[in-house]
Design a binder for this molecule. Structure first.
Ligand SMILES: Nc1ncnc2c1ncn2[C@@H]1O[C@H](COP(=O)(O)OP(=O)(O)OP(=O)(O)O)[C@@H](O)[C@H]1O
Ligand SMILES: [Mg+2]
Length: 256
């Protein structure tokens, strides 16, 4: 197995009296697609937030390429090559799709200064870069539409486009298939596979078990903040503790 790009070592995230993530460890290797699964409230998004620098883990360490990153802010993690999408999509809804990507492209260069990002694009050729990314995610035909007018399927692509603008080595996808129709699901699956072919590692949270198990090389299952299982999709799908965690609570996901 190739070396680990990301190492999560015994992280816990505590909110007041709640241990949302409890002593969780896993690794992601180069060009690997790792599924992070678990019932609602299991701690998946909280793991993403710790890895992407929204807040540091209360305990434990996160290493990227062997270097400890705990405490680095989100823009610092982005510069280190960690891109992410959000479970609740959050485009700049007054801006066009193209402008959303331009802002993401300019963000690291202009330290998050929205106005400088937007006004500098002509001379920097950023519009061409944005066009290439929009073509890649299948949004070129709606590039000049206002983001706030778009359906959820397109907004999920805008999220991915903005994350790709950071040229990530590691892409974190939080429920990128949620709310999509089956044809859109197949297109996003193909996009994620092509992103991996380009050498990017992908950590994805997904409730649709067919999609998650089909895309992932390995999966990690969380429940009540703790790691319940880890392994190949076929092994984990037949794991009794995993089946009980899902079936016991009538969750959205279904491992069967
Ligand atoms: N900022 C916060 N402050 C307090 N509690 C939080 C915070 N963020 C998450 N939690 C709690 O931590 C637990 C884990 O939440 P998290 O969002 O990580 O779950 P999840 O696995 O992503 O669930 P879902 O599948 O529903 O998105 C939940 O009990 C949630 O209410
Ligand atoms: Mg979540």
């Amino acid at each position: 197995m190739s070396r680990a790009l990301l190492e999560v070592h015994g992280i816990s995230v505590v909110f007041g009296g709640l241990r949302a993530v409890d002593d969780v460890s896993f690794e992601i290797h180069d060009r690997e697609i790792l599924g992070l699964l678990g019932p609602n409230g299991a701690g998946k998004t909280t793991c993403f937030n710790a890895i992407s620098g929204v807040y540091p883990p209360t305990l434990g360490d996160i290493l990227l390429d062997g270097a400890r990153t705990n405490g680095a802010p989100p823009h610092g993690m982005a510069r280190l090559g960690v891109g992410r999408t959000f479970q609740i999509v959050r485009p700049f809804s007054g801006l066009s799709v193209r402008e959303n990507v331009i802002v993401a492209l300019g963000g690291p260069r202009y330290r998050g200064n929205l106005l400088r990002s937007l006004t500098s694009w002509r001379k920097k050729g950023i519009a061409d870069e944005a066009g290439a990314i929009l073509d890649r995610v299948g949004l070129l035909d709606v590039a000049d539409r206002t983001s706030g007018q778009l359906p959820i399927g397109s907004l999920r692509r805008v999220e991915i486009a903005r994350a790709l603008a950071l040229s990530p080595r590691l892409l974190l996808l939080d429920e990128s298939f949620s709310g999509l129709r089956s044809t859109e699901i197949a297109q996003i699956e193909e996009l994620i596979r092509s992103i991996r072919e380009d050498g990017v590692s992908v950590l994805l949270i997904e409730h649709n078990m067919k999609v998650a198990m089909g895309l992932s090389d390995r999966v990690v299952v969380l429940d009540h903040g703790r790691k319940l299982a880890e392994g190949k999709p076929s092994e984990v799908a037949s794991n009794q503790a995993v089946i009980e965690a899902y079936l016991g609570r009538g969750e959205r996901g279904n491992v069967a």
